[in-house]
Design a protein. Structure first.
Length: 215
């Protein structure tokens, strides 16, 4: 089976990104882009991002997760610490995040180090989740092999009965990571494939070096 995709082409014409009008701090540009895409473009889950880790088997692996908070310090998401990605991060905290907002013809690629956030912060977010999501986190041994879905559904029903009318505490193997960025690249699609690429690299003095890259 094969399909030739060589004629799939599009001209990118929705914006520009110039070196002389970007802020000194890349997190400010991230905030501006995120708000603009979330407000003015019809994008489902603007906070969906791809995280890449180097697995214990030596292979890189990408998967989509949801960004839950961003600050000047970095990007926060939540997961099972015993999952495949959690084990990969424990062995090698160097990760890569990427956002691709097709409607805005924009992409952001972020290199950084992942570390667990404070337990009280994970507790606070867990408490804010819908009850079904709380129980789902307890029911799933994320990334482990399961014979069929009915096993998961049975575990969920058992937990619903066990915790009926009770407060659900966060499992200790579930919580947040913050990705502290060391490099961010902002990509804006442009006509004739001469795309705009601006890269920020964190320096030893904690200032950001800003460079334009060829497309």
């Amino acid at each position: 089976m094969e399909k030739d995709l060589s004629n799939y082409r599009k001209s990118y014409e929705k914006g520009e990104l110039l070196l002389n009008n970007v802020p000194e701090n890349p997190m400010e540009l991230f905030r501006d882009w995120f708000v603009e895409v979330d407000t003015h473009f019809n994008v489902d889950e603007t906070n969906a991002m791809t995280i890449s880790t180097l697995g214990l088997d030596g292979y890189p692996k990408n998967r989509v997760v949801l960004l839950k908070k961003y600050t000047h310090e970095g990007f926060i998401f939540y997961t099972n610490y015993n999952s495949e990605k959690g084990k990969a991060i424990a062995a090698n905290p160097n990760v890569c995040l990427s956002f691709f907002w097709h409607a805005a013809e924009r992409q952001i690629i972020i290199k950084g180090k992942a570390e667990k956030i404070l337990e009280n912060l994970s507790d606070g977010y867990f408490e804010s989740r819908p009850r079904g999501s709380q129980l789902g986190a307890m029911a799933s041994n994320q990334s482990e092999v399961v014979i069929n879905r009915s096993i998961l559904e049975s575990k969920l029903r058992e937990l619903e009965i066990k915790y009926e009318g009770q407060t659900i505490e966060r499992p200790k193997n579930w919580g947040g990571y913050i990705i502290r960025p060391e490099e961010l690249e902002f990509w804006q699609g442009r006509p004739n494939r001469l795309h705009d690429r601006i890269r920020y690299k964190l320096q030893k003095d904690y200032n950001w070096k800003i460079e334009r890259l060829e497309p």
